[in-house]
Design a protein around this ligand. Structure first.
Ligand SMILES: *[C@@H]1O[C@H](CO)[C@@H](O)[C@H](O)[C@H]1NC(C)=O
Ligand SMILES: *[C@@H]1O[C@H](CO)[C@@H](O)[C@H](O)[C@H]1NC(C)=O
Length: 130
C-alpha cells in the first residue's frame, strides 16, 4: 500500500516536470471532457488514474483490470466521473465530469500504467466559468 503510493508520487513527480498542461474551459452545472489519449493504440488497456492536485484523497477516477475501482475515489466526485467506454479500446481515456462545480477548477493528472512497466502522465488544467 505505502509502496504503491510512494511509487505513484515518485513517477508523477518525475514525469510532470517536462509536461505542459492543456487548458479546458467548462461552465458550472455543465459537463466537460478532460482529454487524455495515448499515441499508440493497443489491445493492452492500461491502469488509468485520474487525480486532482491538492485534493485529499486525490483520486477522481481509477480504472483497473477493465473496470472502475472505487476504493480510493474522492467522495465529491462520486457519480460524476467516467471514461468514455467506447473510446477506451482506442487508447482514449479522456475523463468526463458531469455537473461541474466551481470548486472542480484546478489541475488534473491522467496517469497511465501499462503491464510492461511503461508510464505516461498528462496534465489538464480545468477552468470553470459561471
Ligand atoms: C477522445 O474521446 C472524447 C470523447 O468521446 C472525444 O471528445 C475526443 O475527441 C477523443 N480524442 C481523440 C484523440 O480521439
Ligand atoms: C508498453 O506498452 C505500450 C502500450 O502497448 C507501448 O506503447 C509501449 O511502447 C510499450 N513499452 C515497452 C518498453 O515495450
Amino acid at each position: 500500500m505505502y509502496q504503491h503510493l510512494f511509487l505513484a508520487l515518485f513517477f508523477k513527480g518525475v514525469l510532470s516536470t517536462h509536461v505542459q498542461a492543456k487548458h479546458v474551459v467548462a461552465h458550472a452545472g455543465g459537463n466537460v471532457i478532460l482529454p487524455c489519449s495515448s499515441i499508440s493504440a493497443s489491445d493492452d488497456i492500461p491502469t488509468v488514474e485520474w487525480s486532482k492536485e491538492g485534493l485529499k484523497p486525490d483520486v477522481v477516477y481509477l480504472y483497473r483490470d477493465g473496470c472502475e475501482t472505487f476504493e480510493m475515489k474522492n467522495p465529491d466526485f462520486e457519480y460524476r466521473t467516467n471514461l468514455v467506454m467506447r473510446e477506451v479500446q482506442n487508447g482514449n481515456v479522456s475523463l468526463r465530469i458531469s455537473s461541474v462545480k466551481p470548486l472542480d477548477a484546478g489541475t488534473y493528472q491522467c496517469l497511465r500504467l501499462w503491464k510492461n512497466g511503461t508510464r505516461e502522465m498528462t496534465k489538464v488544467e480545468l477552468v470553470v466559468g459561471l
